[in-house]
Design a protein around this ligand. Structure first.
Ligand code: GTP
Length: 456
């Protein structure tokens, strides 16, 4: 390969790496708008107080003309109680608080104003219409305030993502993760990686361009290679810890599957504490997938009840079974429910029977040890002796997933089951694309350095 080809390949690598790593906000010039934008920021629906935000060069004009402030603007970030009027007709629209945030000390970095008005639909509509009539003002597009904050360097991309997560957070763990991300820790980490990678790249380029003139000190490539290896180890470590974040954001897919009448719908209702699915002694009651969102130990879980798996001539039931199998294939975690009153306990063979259940539910390529829990339902129907036999038979058996004996009727064993479920879904991690790309890029650079060292 020619030297110019090396340089090209280095740049080829550098561009995606630095783009991915650059969480800073080198705002493209020309993206700043002269428009002033406004929006209801407190969400729709009737409420006590609604917040209308304005950002841009005409914010001060809007404040003056609508809050009756002819001479001076209010002191920055201080709430003033004012009559809010139509800027043209001077009709009073509401009485509320106004706040003035002069640039650059505002969320967007631009001159900004907030109106805290009463949350009735008519009040909000009147104020928004009045704002729209001020020259140079227009309603904000979705996410435009945050885009302006990013462009003004107030937030980096990871903080923007954290802000989005915080707004959408439904569980405690999601809220905590979003807040951590918003504090900028992740951005600082990526910027450090970016800086170190670029330094390695510069050393390798310098070696390529000047080594023949002997202007480069010995061992430059070795040091670059060592640094890249260190970075690679750090990223892999980070990847291990942070995969959890992805599951936190999108939720874990938990699917309940098994034979008809095993108590799958009863389990769904028990977990979500409401009659979300129909329960009946008639086999084949559930025909379609019934979904419900849950918060288990602070983690978002999308729980699905599915049709009982059996051969059927009924077209609708067959479609239900097809959907059930599809869901099991996509699941992060499958709860295989078995009616333990039907296990061959007295004559032995419970383990073989459970293995048969697992085979009939799980896709052939899935190992039962992973992504699966065996839920032995209806333990209330077992006698003391039968329970003892079951325990005996299952103790010391390898090749089965964790087994949880429970009763959806008496709630026996439910607490232990929830503990196992919590620890099990914590290990349902997936590759985060961004970090995968980073690692891949580092591996490429590492390969390049290694190749070059061996060549020299
Ligand atoms: N004794 C006892 N009965 C239960 C328990 N759980 C469920 N049942 C009963 O078992 C029957 C079937 O329960 P479902 O929850 O509808 O079972 P399913 O697996 O969803 O059934 P399909 O819709 O046919 O797939 C109902 O009569 C329930 O009351 C349990 O823990 N103990």
């Amino acid at each position: 390969m020619l030297i110019s080809d090396f340089t090209f390949s280095i740049f080829f690598r550098l561009i995606p790496i630095s783009r991915v790593l650059s969480t800073g906000h080198e705002a493209p010039s020309g993206l700043f708008d002269a428009d002033t934008i406004f929006a209801l920021s407190s969400g729709h629906g009737r409420c006590g107080v609604a917040v209308v935000r304005i950002s841009g060069p005409a914010a001060a004009t809007a404040l003056r003309s609508m809050a009756g402030l002819t001479c001076h603007l209010p002191p920055p970030r201080t709430a003033l109680l004012r009559r809010i009027t139509d800027p043209h007709s001077k009709e009073v629209l509401d009485r509320g608080l106004v706040l003035w945030f002069p640039a650059p000390h505002s969320f967007t970095g631009e001159d900004s104003v907030e109106f805290h008005i009463h949350g009735g639909t008519a009040v909000i509509t009147a104020v928004l219409q009045a704002l729209g009539s001020v020259s140079g003002m227009r309603p904000a597009e979705a996410g435009e305030f945050t885009r302006r904050a990013f462009q003004a360097g107030k937030l980096d991309l990871t903080e923007v993502e954290g802000l989005g997560d915080l707004i959408h957070a439904e569980t405690e763990a999601q809220r905590r993760q979003a807040l951590r991300q918003m504090s900028g820790d992740l951005g600082r980490l990526y910027q450090d990686w970016s800086r170190r990678l670029k330094r390695c790249l510069a050393h390798v380029e310098a070696f390529i361009d000047f080594s023949e003139d002997e202007l480069i000190e010995d061992g430059v490539l070795n040091r670059a290679d060592l640094s890249v290896q260190e970075l690679q180890a750090e990223m892999l470590q980070h990847l291990k810890d942070e995969r959890r974040g992805e599951r936190l954001r999108s939720g874990i897919q938990v699917v309940i599957a098994g034979d008809t009448n095993a108590g799958k719908s009863s389990l769904l209702n028990t977990l979500c504490q409401r009659p979300a699915a129909i329960v009946s002694p008639i086999a084949g009651t559930t025909r379609d997938v019934v979904e419900t969102a849950l918060d288990i130990g602070g983690f978002p879980v999308l729980l699905s009840d599915t049709a009982g798996l059996r051969d059927s001539r009924d077209v609708v039931e067959r479609e239900g079974v097809r959907r059930a199998r599809e869901r099991v294939e996509q699941a992060d975690l499958t709860l295989v429910v078995v009616d333990c009153a039907h296990l061959p306990l007295d004559g032995g063979g419970a383990v073989a029977s459970l293995q048969g259940h697992l085979r009939s539910v799980l896709p052939s390529q899935q190992h039962p040890d992973t992504g699966c829990l065996l839920v032995l339902n209806k333990v209330d129907l077992l006698s003391e002796t039968q329970r003892w036999k079951l325990k005996e038979e299952l103790s010391g058996v390898y090749g089965l997933p964790p087994v949880c004996p429970i009763s959806c009727q008496t709630h026996q064993g439910l607490k232990d089951f929830l503990t196992v479920l919590h620890s099990r879904h914590m290990i349902c991690y997936y590759i985060i694309l961004l970090l995968y790309v980073l690692t891949y890029s580092v591996l490429n650079l590492h390969d390049f350095c290694t190749w070059n060292i061996s060549k020299s």
